[in-house]
Design a protein around this ligand. Structure first.
Ligand SMILES: [Zn+2]
Length: 248
């Protein structure tokens, strides 16, 4: 048992008793943590109302042995997610970031770069960022850090470079674009326009800072959303709740 401190994003809150909550957070230093926050529902507590969905919180917690819930002992609010009061699409986008973090990560597996990307995305979504672009950038950044980014430049079958063509083939199970030779016999294959792969190349290049200014046709963007949603559904093994609530 050790007392630890870290900064975390609140992903989920479940009422546990009249005064307590079970909270799931994604922390910078320890990855996902679930724990009991005793007294958090009281107006005066060691949490001072900091446990709010999508809030960034400085927390103190006692890390218990394997099968037992951790215990949150203190929380100090660093930033509240305010979009709830002004814009439903921003609120839904925030929930989607939380859902992705919750579904894509395991407890006790830290990814500081993913934490920073989520923090940045939530700030932009809660500010003036273009929601659809922020979401796509976050999805592809998360997939990169977690080692699940599909290949968009080379064939997922043979590794040969795949130039952009008018129509291209994407293998959901193969994990990327497929060249003409590698397409046959593949299951879960989608045919998409080359524009879709171009968008994905642009937004998955983490060294490219101009992504916010890239424009694309709404048709290609819609087609791209179908592809990314399908890929994530396959990867996670279930449909994400927020996919149906997002407007792009
Ligand atoms: Zn190939």
């Amino acid at each position: 048992m050790a007392t630890e401190k870290t900064t975390a994003i609140v992903l989920r809150l479940i009422e546990f008793s009249e005064t307590s909550l079970v909270a799931t957070m994604f922390s910078r230093d320890f990855g996902k943590i679930s724990g009991l926050a005793k007294g958090a529902r009281r107006p005066k507590s060691a949490f001072e109302g900091a446990l709010d969905l999508l809030a960034v919180v400085r927390i103190v917690f006692i890390h218990k042995s394997s099968d037992v819930l951790d215990l949150f002992t203190e929380g100090k609010l660093e930033r509240r997610f305010r979009a709830a009061n002004r814009d439903l699409s921003r609120l839904h986008a925030g929930y989607y970031v939380a859902e992705l973090l919750n579904e894509l990560t395991d407890e006790g597996d830290p990814y500081p770069e993913l934490y920073d990307a989520a923090d940045t995305a939530l700030s932009a979504i809660d500010g003036d960022g273009m929601v659809a672009k922020e979401i796509l950038r976050f999805e592809l950044t998360a997939l990169t850090h977690l080692g699940h980014l599909p290949t968009f430049h080379e064939c997922a079958g043979c590794g040969e470079p795949t130039p952009i063509a008018e129509r291209m083939t994407f293998g959901h199970l193969a994990g990327g674009v497929l060249c003409n030779r590698c397409q046959s016999g593949q299951r879960q294959v989608a045919e998409v326009s080359g524009k879709v792969i171009e968008i994905l190349r642009t937004y998955s290049d983490l060294n490219y800072v101009g992504w916010e200014n890239e424009e694309f046709s709404s048709g290609a963007f819609g087609e791209m959303r179908g592809l990314v949603n399908h890929y994530l559904t396959n990867l996670i093994g279930k449909r994400l709740k927020m996919h149906t609530h997002l407007r792009y």
